[in-house]
Write a protein that binds this ligand. Structure first.
Ligand SMILES: Nc1ncnc2c1ncn2[C@@H]1O[C@H](COP(=O)(O)OP(=O)(O)OP(=O)(O)O)[C@@H](O)[C@H]1O
Length: 830
């Protein structure tokens, strides 16, 4: 029940219970994506709202350059550009795969998938093992793209062209073969993008290379300046979106754009904002030097590097080490993010110059973080190993901190230190961290100076758990973090932390494509699926990725509830123009849970105009919903029609392998120690909601931490014994949770909803909010509303706080466990 207290006259609330939601979702959502038989009867978009149809990119000669693989059921018919522009015409798709379908491995020597994807799709039944490192497979690029495979997720296209290349422009750029729509190869290419990381040594690593960079051109690097021997995109992929093809985004010289950004007055209409790819660091001209004989070994070359650098620069390399040379990329490991930043910015020109001279050919560096190179950490680990040989003395040791630990004690999965969200590694230490999934270019301090025209955000996401201390003031990392706050993006939700499986493969690939060509590839993009399956995660990831690729890109994430509240407040305070600026002066608008607009006529009207303004200006809109647009019955037809202009993708519940992979990722990110059999057990118990899946892992590890016990299967069984098998899951409501919590603490519901901040009350309120988050499908704003109209950030804080307290204080853990049992028991009775 959505309560719009402040303007009930403006907004008609809509009843939408979880029970209804579940009933509606009992069918196969995919069938909704088939073309409507009466598609031709749909009203055409009004001319005054879409006066100018964005030019469709030239249809790519798919059939000529990408002959369908033998397994393809039939060649994809070619469409006229005019076809793409028809708002209701679905693009023909290969036949839907049978349930359980998995894409075939790509042909040729390339293994596009990352370790993590393999974990997600090819996991053996036995205990999980880290993948063995293989020697590099140095093979020439495959002349043909991977075979076309249909997606598991479903989609149809309106005005959108084909999915283009998933490319990785900028420094450390990588790109792979184009994801033919439905092949899920977006993430193959993503994997390829990672191949410049430590896994270049791995047999799967052969795609990432600076040689593959020319797909993305910057002002400093025009197309004509390709060096001989570089693989052009044409050699690899038949379907491409070159920057030139995407007319709306202009690659203007950076200086000019920055000037115009500074001088442009604030307008109600979107400004002609020019997105620029993040610039490459300017190469210093090589000083004249005596040319030594070329070397063949990276170690020898590294010696020359050390000798050739001035002492102040050499100091940065004290604890670094050359890892491997893969084609023309030298991978260097450093102990921490800060050093990596130095290497990638200040030192890069000199390093690459000396390496290039040493090898007698162009060499680029890719930097990976290996915390084990940190001498302090090494000492610490040595001390721990010595201590580990002593019998455990649980009663005398402080409880291990499962969260917030910079250097975990005997971590189950090693995780490089990183400043989450602000500046993720471009190349991760996959050699030492095989659990990492696809890597993405993240904001680079040198490459993406942040320019913001948005007013300061009213609310920001809190810092994630496990953040490392920020570097000194004014550092690039810090400014990136601030910038991130402006965009209101959760730093944890990146493509890097998103696990790809058959259930979300297509949605992920489309999201990557949209982020790489905002406003061009698919506009709008709509992602739908049940609660807790990763829609919000993908929206944030798009935002992060756009910001890392395009200098000064204005990205705004908003939930539909916040949009509604903002709108109501704007009317109340007579600040309509400010409201419009906030949502129309952006390059990418990410709007979550659009179903909350159902029944809210005036807000829908406002969103309709926001949508049109952005769409007409070729600004990207990404929408998430819990249902296919067709099933958003209480949404105006004209809005639903517009959602169908672009690309619609769905996310299905993850299969067992994906759930295990998600748990592994989560354990690594949060530095939680859990053996594979425990992860498998949890994954088998929680099947449909990833939020619950993560909650179960946290509960098990917190319990072990409090009892100073190792995390093992028997412990997991005890902790999760109350998890009810799927299918018979009773409905838990917020009022049930609030009632039980109030009576447990001897309080009233009014107390929970009131403003008193006495200690007991605050804890009880936070526990109730935490349980609402864990046991119901309610969104953050919705939970906030239940507790006296509190803000969603209050709920976020409560959730984080209780998770932390559960691992630190037995009393809190017991309270939460006891309450959970009571609530579930009550739910079973009803
Ligand atoms: N594929 C995935 N890989 C890793 N984590 C995931 C994945 N999918 C979901 N998650 C995690 O599950 C949690 C819930 O995801 P998210 O909030 O994006 O779901 P949602 O579909 O938006 O749910 P709701 O509709 O209730 O808002 C988040 O912590 C998210 O990071």
């Amino acid at each position: 029940m959505v309560e719009d207290h402040s303007a009930s006259a403006e907004v008609t609330p809509v009843e939408y219970t979880t029970a209804e939601y579940r009933t509606e979702h009992s069918g196969d959502g995919r069938q909704d994506l088939r073309p409507e038989p009466d598609a031709g009867l749909r009203p055409e978009p009004e001319a005054n709202f879409r006066t100018e149809v964005p030019p469709a990119p030239e249809p790519q000669p798919r059939a000529e350059t990408a002959p369908p693989a033998e397994s393809s059921p039939a060649p994809t018919p070619r469409l006229d550009p005019a076809d793409y522009l028809s708002p209701s015409l679905p693009i023909p798709m290969p036949e839907q795969p049978a349930p359980g379908y998995r894409p075939a491995p790509p042909p040729g020597p390339y293994a596009y998938r990352s370790e993590l994807e393999r974990a997600a799709t090819d996991l053996p039944a036995g205990p999980l093992q880290p993948p063995a490192l293989q020697p590099p497979a140095l093979q020439p690029p495959a002349p043909e793209p991977p075979a076309l495979q249909p997606p598991v997720g479903t989609a149809y296209f309106g005005a959108a062209p084909t999915i283009g290349n998933v490319r990785y422009p900028g420094e450390n750029t990588a790109w792979g073969s184009a994801p033919e729509w439905g092949t899920g190869s977006g993430d193959r290419a993503v994997s390829a993008a990672n191949e410049g990381d430590g896994r270049a040594d791995n047999a799967t690593s052969n795609q990432w290379s600076p040689d593959h960079r020319p797909t993305q051109q910057t002002a400093e690097q025009p197309a004509e300046t390709q060096t001989p021997g570089q693989h052009t995109p044409e050699q690899h992929a038949p379907i491409q979106h070159t920057p030139e093809q995407h007319a709306p985004i202009q690659h203007a010289p950076q200086q000019q754009s920055q000037q115009s950004q500074q001088q442009a007055p604030q307008q109600h209409l979107p400004q002609q904002h020019v997105l620029q790819p993040a610039p490459q660091p300017v190469q210093q001209p090589a000083p004249q030097q005596e040319v030594a004989a070329p070397v063949t070994d990276l170690g020898d070359a590294w010696t020359r590097v050390l000798a050739g650098l001035p002492p102040n620069q050499r100091a940065w390399l004290t604890n670094s080490r050359p890892v491997t040379l893969h084609e023309s990329t030298a991978i260097v490991a450093v102990p921490d993010d800060f050093t990596r930043g130095q290497l990638e910015t200040r030192l890069r020109p000199d390093l690459e110059r000396i390496l290039t001279e040493s090898f007698g050919r162009d060499i680029r560096i890719a930097v990976t973080v290996d915390p084990s190179l940190d001498p302090e950490l090494r000492e610490q680990q040595a001390a721990q190993q010595a201590a580990a040989q002593q019998p455990p003395q649980y009663t005398q040791q402080p409880p291990p901190q499962q969260h917030h630990q910079q250097h975990p004690q005997q971590p189950a999965v090693r995780e490089p230190l990183r400043t989450e969200g602000a500046y993720q590694p471009t190349i991760q230490s996959a050699l030492t961290d095989p659990d990492n999934g696809p890597q993405y270019n993240q904001p680079r301090p040198d490459a993406a100076p942040q320019h913001f025209q948005q007013p300061a955000p009213q609310q920001q996401f809190g810092q994630p758990m496990g953040s490392v201390a920020p570097p000194p003031n004014g550092s690039p990392t810090q400014s990136a973090t601030e910038a991130q706050g402006e965009a209101r993006l959760n730093p944890k939700y990146t493509f890097e932390t998103f696990v790809i499986g058959s259930s979300n493969r297509f949605a992920h690939a489309a999201a990557v494509a949209v982020a790489e060509a905002p406003g061009k590839a698919y506009n709008p993009q709509l992602i739908y699926g049940d609660s807790g399956l990763g829609k919000t995660h993908l929206l944030h990831a798009i935002g992060h990725y756009v910001r890392s690729l395009y200098t000064g890109a204005r990205v705004r994430y908003v939930s539909s509830e916040e949009f509604t509240n903002d709108f109501i407040n704007a009317i109340r305070d007579d600040k309509a123009s400010q409201f419009q600026r906030r949502y129309r002066d952006v390059d990418v608008l990410l709007i979550d849970d659009i179903q909350f607009l159902e029944g809210k006529i005036q807000t829908q009207e406002e969103f309709f105009h926001t949508f049109n303004t952005l769409h007409n200006a070729n600004k990207q809109i990404v929408i998430s919903s819990d249902r296919a647009p067709k099933r958003l019955e209480a949404l105006e037809d004209r809005l639903r029609n517009r959602f169908e202009w672009g690309l619609i993708t769905d996310i299905q519940p993850p299969d067992l392998e994906t759930r295990i992979a998600i748990l592994r990722k989560k354990a690594a990110t949060e530095r939680l120690t859990a053996p594979p059999e425990v992860l498998e057990f949890i994954a088998s118990k929680v099947q449909t909601n990833i939020r619950e899946l993560e909650g179960a892992l946290i509960r098990v590890t917190a319990f072990a931490s409090l009892n100073r016990q190792p995390v093992d299967l028997s412990l997991a069984e005890i902790v999760l014994k109350d998890l009810i098998p799927e299918g018979s899951k009773p409905e838990v409501t917020a009022s049930m949770i609030m009632g039980q919590t109030a009576s447990y603490f001897g309080l009233s519901i009014d107390d929970l909803c009131g403003s008193s901040r006495s200690r007991v009350l605050v804890t009880a309120r936070q526990i109730a909010m935490y349980l609402c988050r864990e046991l119901t499908d309610l969104s953050l704003p919705k939970i906030g509303q239940q507790f006296g109209g509190r803000d969603h950030t209050t709920v976020m804080h409560a959730e984080r706080k209780i998770r932390q307290l559960m691992s630190e204080r037995r009393s809190v853990f017991n309270q939460v466990t006891e309450l959970t049992n009571r609530i579930k028991h009550q739910a079973k009775q009803q």
